[in-house]
Structures are given as structure tokens and as C-alpha cells.
Design a binder for this molecule. Structure first.
Ligand code: C5P
Length: 250
């Protein structure tokens, strides 16, 4: 097999045209219309792409962490798009129509929740907070409420109910998993997509690029905040997260 073709479930999957390039991933078509090929890039961005840097090996770390988290969620009954790894940085995923909403869950105050509402950081939020943002780079992913999302045709009321319930299920599982490895899951972003039959499933990636993770012993960030706040090499925290996950998910 070459770098652009792989045996998967008894068939040869060939990488096709680039369909989409985001801030940290590229998505390609494949020879199977129901499967996409996702590549994790080493690029890291902040301020919606205004600050950019390359960290060799970052894509590999995120792919590895994401694959482990998706596999864990699947073992607990969560349906998602991840099908399998092709290489250290590439994976196959189910083709979905991405719903253009970013679903943020917050277990503790941080980031924009702190700047928006003038509250102290690291305060536990009970109940957890669920927020929607419109996924649009040009508009800087603006905050969006449910009626706006429904009126604009992004999701029905029933879809949003499904999405928030799935986000809660994922939250319970991820909080418990990270607790086991002495990490607090502060907040994170999820994306969902629709399969051809209309089923809504978890999509995108699950990595420290999209989560705030704090080491319970040291209070240090193990995620992209290290880059956002210019605290050093973000790969140190990502590697730490990966090693702890490898340990607990053996
Ligand atoms: O910036 P904010 O505090 O709203 O971010 C909340 C969480 O959602 C953080 O974990 C952040 O990494 C994630 N996020 C993301 N992509 C965005 C916006 C936020 O992954 N476009």
C-alpha cells in the first residue's frame, strides 16, 4: 500500500481530492463515497487563525489522543465518525454533513466565559454550561442561541435536543476518564454531523487543541492555552495527556 491507499475492512481505500482545510486538519475525499480521509496538521493557531505556528509532531499527538478518546467513547456506546487510523497522522472517518454549530461544554469557568461574564476563573459550574457557536471563520464563530440555530435552518428543535443530550453523555464519560488520570476537564468544543440516513453523530476531533485540561497536582495547563498564553512548548502537555491516557486505557 502507498501513502495514499490503505486496506480497510477488506477493501482498498484511496485518498482523493482535498475537500476542506481547517486550522489544524485537512479532509480528503476517498474512493468510497461514505468515507473521508482526515489528516492532522502540525500547525497550531490562536485568535481564530490570526496567530499561527508549526510544532513538529503536534498532528501525531492529536491524532493519537483523538483516536484513543473516540475508541473509549465507542466502548461506552457513543456513536461517532472515527473508523480507524491510516498512519500516525491520518485516519478514516465516516462521511457526515457537518452541522455548522460548535457545541461548547463548560465544567469550570475559563476563557471566554470569564471575559464575557466577569467571573473568577476555575470556578465549578453547576450544572455544567452548554453553549452554541456558529461555525464560521469569517465571522469569528459568533455565539448563537437555540432559536437562532433553528430559524437559520442549521438544526431542528429535536436535533438540538439530541445534540445536547449527546454532549452531556460525552461530558459524563470524559470527565470520569480524565478524573482517573488526575486531570480536570475544564471545557471543550464538540462538533456533530449527519449521516446519509439523518442520524446525528459525534464528529471532528477530541484533542487538547479543543479542550482545556488542567493537571490536578500542579494546576498547569496541558492544552492549547499553553500556546495561547505563550507559556512554552504545548507538546509537553499533549505528550503528558497521551501517556496518561495510554496508561489508563491499556
Ligand atoms: O474560547 P472559549 O473559552 O469559548 O473556549 C471554550 C472551549 O472550546 C475551549 O476548550 C476551546 O479550546 C474550545 N474551542 C474550540 N474551538 C473554537 C472555540 C473554542 O475548540 N472555535
Amino acid at each position: 500500500m502507498t501513502d495514499n491507499a490503505v486496506e480497510f475492512n477488506g477493501q482498498t481505500i484511496t485518498k482523493g481530492d482535498l475537500l476542506y482545510e481547517g486550522k489544524a486538519k485537512q479532509v480528503f475525499a476517498t474512493s468510497d463515497p461514505a468515507i473521508l480521509w482526515m489528516h492532522y496538521m502540525d500547525q497550531v493557531t490562536a485568535l481564530n487563525g490570526k496567530v499561527k505556528e508549526e510544532y513538529a509532531g503536534k498532528g501525531q499527538l492529536n491524532s493519537n489522543i483523538s483516536n484513543r478518546l473516540f475508541t473509549y467513547l465507542a466502548s461506552k456506546g457513543v456513536t461517532h465518525h472515527w473508523l480507524g487510523s491510516v498512519s500516525a497522522t491520518d485516519e478514516l472517518v465516516k462521511k457526515v454533513d457537518i452541522i455548522p454549530l460548535e457545541v461548547v461544554t463548560r465544567n469550570y469557568t475559563a476563557g471566554h466565559f470569564v471575559s464575557r461574564f466577569g467571573v473568577e476563573p476555575m470556578q465549578k459550574l453547576t450544572p455544567r454550561v452548554q453553549e452554541l457557536y456558529y461555525k464560521s471563520d469569517e465571522l469569528d464563530d459568533p455565539f448563537m442561541n437555540q432559536s437562532q440555530a433553528i430559524s437559520l435552518g442549521f438544526a431542528s428543535e429535536a436535533d438540538l435536543k439530541t445534540i445536547f443530550a449527546l454532549a452531556d453523555e460525552v461530558n459524563e464519560l470524559l470527565v470520569a476518564l480524565f478524573e482517573q488520570i488526575d486531570i480536570t476537564l475544564i471545557d471543550y468544543k464538540l462538533e456533530f454531523g449527519r449521516l446519509a440516513d439523518g442520524q446525528i453523530i459525534l464528529a471532528d476531533e477530541l484533542s487538547p487543541d479543543n479542550m482545556r485540561l488542567v493537571d490536578q497536582k500542579t494546576g498547569k495547563s496541558l492544552d492549547k492555552d499553553v500556546f495561547r498564553q505563550k507559556q512554552g512548548d504545548l507538546r509537553v502537555g499533549y505528550q503528558d495527556v497521551l501517556e496518561r491516557l495510554e496508561d489508563v486505557l491499556k
